[in-house]
Design a protein around this ligand. Sequence first.
Ligand SMILES: CC(C)(COP(=O)(O)OP(=O)(O)OC[C@H]1O[C@@H](n2cnc3c(N)ncnc32)[C@H](O)[C@@H]1OP(=O)(O)O)[C@@H](O)C(=O)NCCC(=O)NCCS
Length: 225
Amino acid sequence: MSSMRPIIVFGDGTFASLAAYCLRHDARRTVAAFAVDRAYLHKSEHEGLPVVAFDALESAFSPVEFELIIPFGAARINGLRQERFLDAKARGYTLASYISSRACVWDGFEPGENCLVFEQAVVQPYATVGDNVLLRSGANIGHHSRVGSHAFIATGCAFGGNVTVGERAFVGVGAVLRDGIKLGERSFVGAGAVVVADTDPDGVYVGNPARKTNRSAMAVTGGDE
Ligand SMILES: CC(C)(COP(=O)(O)OP(=O)(O)OC[C@H]1O[C@@H](n2cnc3c(N)ncnc32)[C@H](O)[C@@H]1OP(=O)(O)O)[C@@H](O)C(=O)NCCC(=O)NCCS
């Protein structure tokens, strides 16, 4: 896990505020500023802290003195968060991770960089979580499951054991993944879906039992591919 350097939070919306709140009130971290893409730089302050352009972050908040966290949603099937993550790393920033003190994780669990594990999430023994993964409140990751980098696991999902989540996959609120299921890279599981068979890369699945729709994961997450 990270040191206790002050931290910059990417974003200035509600999800950034949520992350900042958890960092301050739970992890006891100092939040120094918020950073946004220059095209979205419409205000100079958020919660009384500076909002700065991400592409010029180094000028005021060097990677030597500050860490960064990117609590960003699933836009472009998690591609936007992946891009910002890789960019920040290339520029020398340490990406912090946050595990809620109210999450249930076991000895030896160590998520990758830029992971946020919210309250009541459960990560059972032998489960692993890659880089840049969001595990929202109450998500239950079964034993020996593997959550690939850049995935988004929404509130209240239930995984059986030995589930594999491909890179950049999205699992919607309250979805159920039968044990041993493999989600293809960038596949999208809709809210409340019950997944009983492996999913294809880039596919969108809804319902019980989950069926593949004719839309792409990129399209339903705001991308144009
Ligand atoms: C699958 C999803 C992307 C579709 O959203 P959308 O593109 O806006 O689609 P619409 O709401 O217009 O629905 C299109 C059709 O699919 C159905 N549908 C949408 N989501 C569904 C779901 N999760 N399960 C079953 N059916 C669903 C709708 O009832 C509608 O059916 P109809 O054409 O017969 O009326 C979205 O509903 C979803 O599940 N998103 C995940 C949300 C989530 O978990 N967020 C977590 C944030 S922390």
